[in-house]
Structures are given as structure tokens and as C-alpha cells.
Write a protein that binds this ligand. Structure first.
Ligand SMILES: [Zn+2]
Ligand SMILES: [Zn+2]
Length: 380
């Protein structure tokens, strides 16, 4: 029974990946009053609730605005009508378009595939209806930029695809799957960098699953400082594959170390208020953990997560050193420390490790599966 449901799960996923497009709420933070749509490649047809309205080419500049509850469309100043639903659907072999926001902000971005428009009580809501791998390529560029080597871009594509498929219902109430903010995954539109497009295409359908074949929580952070953190130490839930991992690859990279100086009086007052059991005399000793600690001053001390939050520290992995009238916090790493360490992974990729080796280092006991490789699972 379990293998049958697993089979059905995978089959559904495969059909989904092959047949469907994903809906991304773009400019999700803005209340848009008006924008211009311009086809940049391919051809587009405008559809409304009344059906097909018009075919447009890159020569057409379409203005979209609204009055009351109706979306208004004009083509080079000529009004095409008022509608409740509007979509721009690509009909060429390869289609992308440009959006120019006029209000409330001036902004231009390019997107692959289709655009749907909804009118909400906030204004116009733009939804990029896009092929999953085109979306993943845009996310990879927004999340990590063009600098990393190709193997790292492939790995980031697999992580971002896993996240997207695991969170398809996150914006169900808003009428789309995911937003374009860091709330979901940063996405600023189409990539024009070949290496990133290829990384997404060449890992098509590839995702990370746990021992029950569920998509994993593919957590990552900038730099672990030499040791990653168990998920349960940061969030309430312990996930077996988000365990502590010793990492020697990141310790010489840009976000490996940080320092913060705090006036001693301020620090002592803070510690005494937060942890009344700690003796003031103990604060004269330096705190110098060799491994990550859950608490500063161990028994009766302060959770390092609280200290990170209260003092806006880059990480929870730090020493406290007395230095005259000040204390010096010498820290390691950047971010929550759970899951994949990006700078360590980038260094591994640069040294020639495969994305599979790298993923298995940071996510323990997971499986990398291609959703279209069903034959393999049929044997089970
Ligand atoms: Zn979101
Ligand atoms: Zn690391």
C-alpha cells in the first residue's frame, strides 16, 4: 500500500512538472495602479473573461490600469475595453515580456512566459504564470547572483525547486502559488545569464526527498562558521536531515568571521538581567567555546539564540573576550546555521565536488530524485 501511494505521489508530481505552470505573485508588496506591458520576444494574445481580445507583437505597448472594479486596457492610447480578468498568453515558441511600472514606483523588469492580472482591494495584482524551470532560473540569479561556478548553480536550482514544490500552497488565499519576496524565494524576473538557465534546465525535475519520499525543508544560510546547527536548536522541529555537520570548506571565506565590541557595563547589566543565576565574578572569565554552544555561560546562562536577536549578531557562534572597558564578541559564520552552508558549498563546487556530494554533506540521509525517473521506483 505504501509503495502504491508513493507511486501515485510521484506520478502526480511528474504529471504536474510536465504539464503545469507555476503562478508567482510579482511586485507582491506594491499596490499597483498602472503599468505597461510590452512583448519582447515571441507573440502574445490578450485574453479576458470574454475570450480572445487581441494578438500583440513587440511593436504594441499596452497600458493596464483600473477604474472601480474594472481593469482597463489601452493599446498606444486607443482604449480596448474594461474587463474583470485579463491575461497575456505567449503564443510563440519562446516568449518573454517587459513590465514597466509607472505608479507607485518606476521600475522595469522582464519575465518569461505568461502574465495574469487580478484586481484586488489593494490594486492590480500581477501574476507571472511561468514554466517551473524558467522560474527556478530567475530565483537562482536573485538568490546567489552570477559569481558561483556552474556546479553550484545546479545545486541551488535543485534546492529552490524543492522549496517551490514543497510550498505550492503558501499563497493559496492570494490566488497564486508563491510570492517574489524573500518571504518565499527572491525572484526579480528572467535571467539573461546562460549558465544559470542551463543549470536549471540540466537539473530539470530534480528534487531532494527524505526517507519517506517527502520533499525536504531545504534550509540554507550564508556561512556556518565551521559547524552547522541542528534544526531543533533554532526552530521547534528537529528534522533528522538537518543535523550538525562539521564544515572546513567555509572557514576562510568572506562571511566566516565577525566581531562586535560592547561596553562592558552594558554587557554585564544585560547578562545579569537576563540570567540572574550567573555570578558577576564569572563574567571576568572569557567565554571561549570550541564547538557551538546552546547557551552562553552554560547552566543558568542565556540561550545564544536570544543573544543573537537582542544584539543583532550575525550568528549564534561566538566567544566573549574581556578587553578593558569593553567586551569583544568574536563570532563565526553568518545566518541561522541550519542546513546547507552556501559559502562552504560554493567552495566545494569550486574544488570540483559534484552537487550530489555537496547536498549529501549538508543534508544527511536524503535522496536526490528526478521526478521523471519513475522506472527506478517501480522496481520497489
Ligand atoms: Zn511569499
Ligand atoms: Zn560552513
Amino acid at each position: 500500500m505504501k509503495s502504491l501511494s508513493l507511486f501515485l505521489f510521484l506520478l502526480l508530481q511528474v504529471l504536474w512538472v510536465k504539464a503545469e505552470l507555476i503562478n508567482i505573485g510579482i511586485f507582491a508588496d506594491y499596490s499597483i495602479q498602472e503599468f505597461k506591458f510590452n512583448a519582447r520576444a515571441g507573440a502574445y494574445t490578450i485574453f479576458t473573461e470574454k475570450g480572445r481580445l487581441k494578438e500583440i507583437t513587440p511593436e504594441h505597448i499596452i497600458t493596464v490600469s483600473y477604474v472601480d472594479t474594472q481593469i482597463e486596457i489601452t493599446d498606444s492610447g486607443k482604449k480596448l475595453g474594461s474587463f474583470s480578468k485579463v491575461s497575456f498568453i505567449g503564443t510563440g515558441w519562446y516568449n518573454h515580456f517587459k513590465i514597466s511600472l509607472k505608479s507607485p514606483i518606476q521600475k522595469e523588469s522582464r519575465y518569461d512566459d505568461n502574465l495574469k492580472i487580478q484586481l484586488t482591494n489593494k490594486g492590480l495584482q500581477l501574476i507571472n504564470n511561468i514554466d517551473l524551470d524558467n522560474y527556478i532560473a530567475g530565483v537562482v540569479e536573485a538568490e546567489v547572483g552570477r559569481k558561483p561556478v556552474e556546479e553550484y548553480h545546479k545545486l541551488q536550482a535543485i534546492i529552490c525547486r524543492t522549496y517551490a514544490l514543497a510550498n505550492l500552497k503558501k499563497h493559496f488565499a492570494d490566488g497564486y502559488n508563491l510570492c517574489d519576496r524573500v518571504h518565499c524565494q527572491a525572484y526579480h524576473g528572467k535571467t539573461f545569464y546562460d549558465q544559470i538557465s542551463k543549470a536549471s534546465q540540466s537539473t530539470r525535475g530534480m528534487v531532494i526527498v527524505d526517507s519517506d519520499i517527502n520533499l525536504i525543508t531545504a534550509a540554507f544560510h550564508s556561512n556556518c562558521g565551521g559547524e552547522t546547527v541542528k534544526s531543533g536548536n533554532v526552530w521547534s522541529k528537529n528534522l533528522y536531515y538537518l543535523d550538525e555537520v562539521i564544515d572546513t570548506f567555509c572557514i576562510k571565506t568572506s562571511n566566516a568571521n565577525w566581531e562586535k565590541t560592547i561596553p562592558k557595563e552594558k554587557w554585564v547589566n544585560y547578562v545579569v538581567a537576563k540570567a540572574p543565576k550567573v555570578q558577576k565574578g564569572d563574567l571576568k572569565k572569557d567565554f571561549y567555546p570550541e564547538r557551538r554552544h546552546l547557551k552562553y555561560m552554560d547552566e543558568g546562562g542565556i540561550p545564544v539564540e536570544d543573544i543573537r536577536y537582542d544584539w543583532k549578531l550575525r550568528s549564534t557562534y561566538f566567544s566573549v573576550i574581556n578587553n578593558g572597558d569593553n567586551v569583544l564578541l568574536k563570532g563565526r559564520g553568518y545566518g541561522h546555521g541550519v542546513g546547507l552552508c552556501q559559502q562552504g558549498a560554493m567552495e566545494m563546487a569550486r574544488l570540483g565536488f559534484s552537487y550530489s556530494d555537496i547536498l549529501h554533506k549538508y543534508y544527511k540521509g536524503v535522496h536526490l530524485i528526478n521526478l521523471s525517473a519513475l522506472e527506478f521506483f517501480r522496481e520497489d
